[in-house]
Design a protein around this ligand. Structure first.
Ligand code: GDP
Length: 366
């Protein structure tokens, strides 16, 4: 049988074992668009599986890296660091040294403190149990930061092979394309797309006579927001151009809606200007906190859009998390969307995000 891959997660389609990834009933094979049963459930019944990662086959493939003597280049999306981080990577890649690359730096406002971001990435990686040799910020789309990174990779690999790993949608294909383009002048050697799970199989790129760079399959991380939105909505929430910060002066008991994807309640604290760093296309609405529930119920899917009605069918419900922000200049990071800067600490806020999305705090980048 010709190999078919799930359009949702990229797993190889099979009809034998229900418990393994890529399963579909025989009858579904005749469908024009084939998605595995797991993605189907996710899409239609909103059954979110709270697992670290799902696609065992992918992980098994990446695990092969631990048997090699190589350099690992791990790519993350700086707008979705937590969502695009493969936890347990150290176990998968063995003793090989890891270089961490934060992609999509072109989207950050010019005033971003890159060193602070690098420091935060290093620390967060270490909190996840991954020791990294170095961190680079690049734009795979624009080639920004490549010269320095390439020189470092070349120095560190010391003649060894290089394995490029990352979750789906972090820009791994774009990254490899950029490298190929820079070394050979060939454009778009590998297909890129908005949709996660499009890079399949190991792609081998010669580095010199003896060594190769391998593009590994993108690991699907179910906590990534990208798995719960339509491609149209993904285009709206994914920043496309340099982010223009939006400032909102709020008193306590006021609420901001980031489209209908996230909600920020200013519960308690002094009046101040919060700064939202999200896609320029994502509409932000301000309401009174005591009216926010009703406002959301009434307007999600229309005024509070995205999510579109189609996305709403697969988006997990918003879950509230209340927290005290002790320090001045703190970023509340919402993986997949962006972040909100709280200028003055000593405040209490509640954040509502789709179930499964993990928010975090860091010292403000700007
Ligand atoms: P993959 O699934 O990891 O292989 O990701 P792709 O290379 O297909 O990229 C996913 C999305 O991110 C696409 O919409 C790309 O255009 C976008 N993208 C990739 N690299 C960059 C970048 O450096 N900057 C920006 N702004 N977008 C990027």
């Amino acid at each position: 049988m010709e190999k078919i891959y799930c359009e949702g997660c990229g797993a190889e389609i099979q009809t034998e074992d229900k418990t393994k990834s890529g399963f579909v009933p025989q009858s579904a094979l005749s469908n024009e668009h084939i998605i595995c049963q797991r993605c189907f459930r996710l899409k239609h019944y909103n059954e979110v599986q709270e697992v670290e990662y799902t696609d065992d086959d992918y992980l098994r493939m990446i695990h092969q890296v631990s048997d090699t003597n190589s350099l690992v280049v791990k790519i993350v999306d700086i707008f979705d660091f937590n969502g695009s981080f493969i936890s347990g990577l150290q176990r998968l890649t063995g003793k090989n040294p890891v270089i961490l690359v934060g992609n999509k730096v072109d989207l950050l406002p010019k005033s971003t403190n890159h060193n602070k971001l690098i420091h935060w990435m290093k620390k967060t990686a270490s909190d996840f149990g991954l020791t990294v040799q170095d961190v680079f910020l690049v734009s795979a789309a624009k080639g920004q930061g490549f010269e320095q990174m390439e020189a470092e990779i070349e120095a560190r690999r010391n003649g060894k092979d290089v394995y490029v790993v990352g979750c789906t949608n972090v820009g791994k294909s774009t990254f490899i394309n950029q490298l190929i383009n820079r070394s050979s002048g060939v454009k778009d050697a590998i297909t890129t797309s908005y949709f996660p799970g499009t890079t399949l199989g190991f792609i081998q790129i010669p580095l010199d006579e003896k060594s190769y760079m391998y593009d590994t399959p993108g690991v699907v991380n179910r906590t990534q927001l990208v798995h719960y939105v339509t491609d149209k909505d993904l285009k709206l929430i994914t920043p496309k151009k340099e982010i223009k910060p939006k400032v909102y002066q709020l008193q306590d008991k006021q609420t901001l809606f980031l489209g209908g994807f996230a909600r920020f309640d200013f519960e308690k604290g002094v009046k101040q200007s919060f700064v939202c760093y999200v896609s320029n296309l994502l509409m932000i609405h301000r309401t009174k906190l005591d009216q926010a529930d009703t406002f959301y119920e009434k307007h999600v899917g229309d005024l509070l859009q995205p999510p579109s009605p189609e996305t709403m069918e697969m988006l997990p419900p918003l879950v509230k998390q209340t927290m005290k922000i002790p320090y001045d200049k703190t970023d509340i990071v919402i993986p997949g969307l962006g972040w909100i800067t709280v200028p003055e600490g000593g405040v209490t806020v509640s954040i509502h995000v789709p179930k499964g999305v993990h928010i975090s705090l860091r010292s403000a980048l700007i």
